[in-house]
Design a protein around this ligand. Structure first.
Ligand code: SAH
Length: 221
């Protein structure tokens, strides 16, 4: 076993399990995806530490625990059949983890260089059930909607209505909401034309940057 693999197993056992990650699919995926392959050479040694890391353009790859927590809290009912939308691909790490136990991941990234690099990373590692799109994720990705879950990796001032309208019935949207220093991770579950929202945890994410403000959605609950 090489050092990266050892460090990854320690990450799963010491950080994730001890902090309450119990979903076996999430734990297995976190144990298999090489996080070090998603960061630049200078950060590879730090890839399995309990912290976010810079990925350029003022953005970060999320802390492993947070990635695992968000994916666990999607509460997928039939994960292997699930079509999931991610907003904020970064370099593709979370999409890769998710892709291990769902049918397909669609992921949207607003910074063209990061979207291109995410695509390259995923191709290099032969993850084939992920599609990356350059765009403003505040609009979701209507083409493949509705989704079995949506996960957002950047904090929005409020829940963007188009994301709610792209959820299947009983599907969950997990999204950080709020200003820097006062963000909460929220889960919104589609129930008919209404949404049940629940606060999961205080968090700290980079901001979701709306390129055109938030469009209105007629399906808003
Ligand atoms: N999923 C990544 C986290 C990336 S950080 C991981 O695996 O670690 C959040 C990302 O959201 C950044 O790359 C940022 O550029 C992107 N982002 C911010 N606003 C966005 C928007 N409106 N649409 C799509 N991506 C956005």
């Amino acid at each position: 076993m090489d050092n990266f693999t050892k460090a990854r197993h320690t990450m799963v056992n010491k950080q994730l399990k001890q902090r309450g990650i119990v979903d076996p699919l999430v734990l297995e995926a976190m144990g298999s995806v090489p996080r070090h392959s998603f960061v630049s050479m200078e950060y590879q040694e730090l890839a399995y530490k309990d912290s976010p890391l810079p990925i350029g353009y003022g953005q970060t790859i999320s802390q492993p625990y947070i990635v695992a927590f968000m994916l666990q809290e999607l509460r997928l009912k039939t994960p292997r059949k699930a079509i999931v939308l991610e907003i904020g691909s970064g370099l593709g790490y979370q999409a890769a983890v998710l892709s291990q136990f769902v049918k397909h991941v669609y992921t949207v990234e607003r910074i063209p260089e990061l979207a291109a690099q995410a695509e390259q990373n995923l191709l290099a590692l032969s993850y084939s059930n992920i599609t990356v799109c350059r765009g403003d994720g505040g609009y979701g990705w209507p083409k493949y909607a509705p989704y079995d879950a949506i996960v957002v990796a950047a904090a929005a001032p409020e829940i963007p209505p188009p994301l709610l309208s792209q959820l299947k019935a009983d599907a969950a949207l997990v999204i950080p909401v709020g200003e820097a220093g006062n963000q909460q991770l929220i889960r919104a579950v589609a129930k008919g034309r209404k949404f049940h929202t629940e606060v999961l945890a205080p968090v700290a994410f980079v901001p979701l940057i709306g390129e055109h403000g938030w469009p209105e959605s007629k399906d808003e609950g």
